[in-house]
Design a protein around this ligand. Sequence first.
Ligand code: ADP
Length: 473
Amino acid sequence: MREHDMLYIDGAWREPEQGDPLELTDPATREVTGRVALGGEADVERAVAAAVRAFDSYSQTSPDERVELLKSILGEFDRRAEDLAQAVTEEMGAPLALARGAHVPTGRGQLASAIEILRKYEFSELRGSTEIRQEPLGVAGLITPWNFPVLQVAGKTASALAAGCTVVLKPAELTPYSAVITAEIMDAAGVPAGVFNLVTGLGSVVGNALSSHPDVGVISFTGSLETAGRVTIAAAPTMKRVHTELGGKSPHILLPDADFGPAVRTVYDWMMAMTGQLCSAPTRTLVPRSRLEEFLSVLVPSLEALKVGDPRSPETEMGPLVSDQQWQKVQHYIQRGLDSGARLVTGGLGKPAGLEAGHFVKPTVFADVTNDMVIAREEIFGPVMSVIAYDTVDEAVAIANDTPFGLAGYVVGSDLHKARAVASRIRAGYIVINDAEFDWTAPWGGYKQSGNGREFGPEGLAAYLETKVLCGG
Ligand code: ADP
């Protein structure tokens, strides 16, 4: 049992001012795994005040000093890597192999790349005798989701600290364990008091208090469109900067000359491995009509062979969904798919046999989907694929862009030149060609209703900076 009844504020673990802790359960078994403190508005006040005080000196540190601090954080992160992996498995049900092989390394990648970016970043530029400076924006409020907890927390924190901002982190209710370990890492790494603060708690309380707080200079939010709207409205009266990274309904275009190997790997890597709980999941697969049945005959057996089950078993390839609420939501969308007349080719309603205890679902594929069906328009956040047939590449591009979202896109084609040309026509922030490996030094973020601004890479650091001009003298 994990008992975390304290908040990390001003360099020490402190009791929340009020409220009972939140009880958490294991997504694979529904057994209670522990309790975590629910902070309140008074705790946000204390954390922001500490971050404001610390900003005075931390914002004046040199990039070299911040590189040293981030190196020390990276060292502690490495020492706690296995603890982080275990925490992610316990809090969100990610297979341990994935937690070790993807969740923790991508978080590490963010810290390591922030160090490299900071080493080279130009914070000042002379245009004639005028100096254009980039200065830290102030206190950064970081609001993170449950689906990629280590990556999100490490990525936002690394960029904010590299920029010279101080931080108040509000992690998702469902994934506080990895965030608590992050605070322990900061403490052990010698991060000065008030530079990093952790207030666990409800979004409607802690997240809202941070978003509306006049002394917070920037909010970096990852989560749903609906909540991003609330955050933006709460932030508006104080004119703070708001960066949002939201959902998607990302297209996956298989060109007429596509090799199905990378196409199936894309489905596995970007969707099934995460039980579909990825904002960039390739949920709409566009296939040439003449190759549809051939594609299904390759895809379906590979999904039916996928090992769904206990996240702690080394063979497991797909774990449970994070919560009963998510499970109900995914069932609802599978039912909508059936009702709309789409052809269910594998998976479907209910839990896989023998896995009734946890929030398990079946990898599910619908074919004969048209882009106006609900399952092709709304984000499901589960392992449910919509396969849409197309006749011409122009039509495929039009379908790909016929969505309110624009976070990611995927193109598979043997002629790289043609694949890149199609990729450039997709209106989305990150396009993967032929299942290329994720580049965590590249900026990440969406077009349209997938959000505002970019995180990760130099653009992610710039998100925490404000421009100042020194003219004359
Ligand atoms: P999801 O649907 O993936 O759970 P949410 O957008 O609800 O996504 O949550 C993302 C993050 O936003 C979480 O940390 C959550 O606690 C927080 N949050 C929820 N409601 C609010 C709110 N009104 N203001 C600020 N943050 C919130």
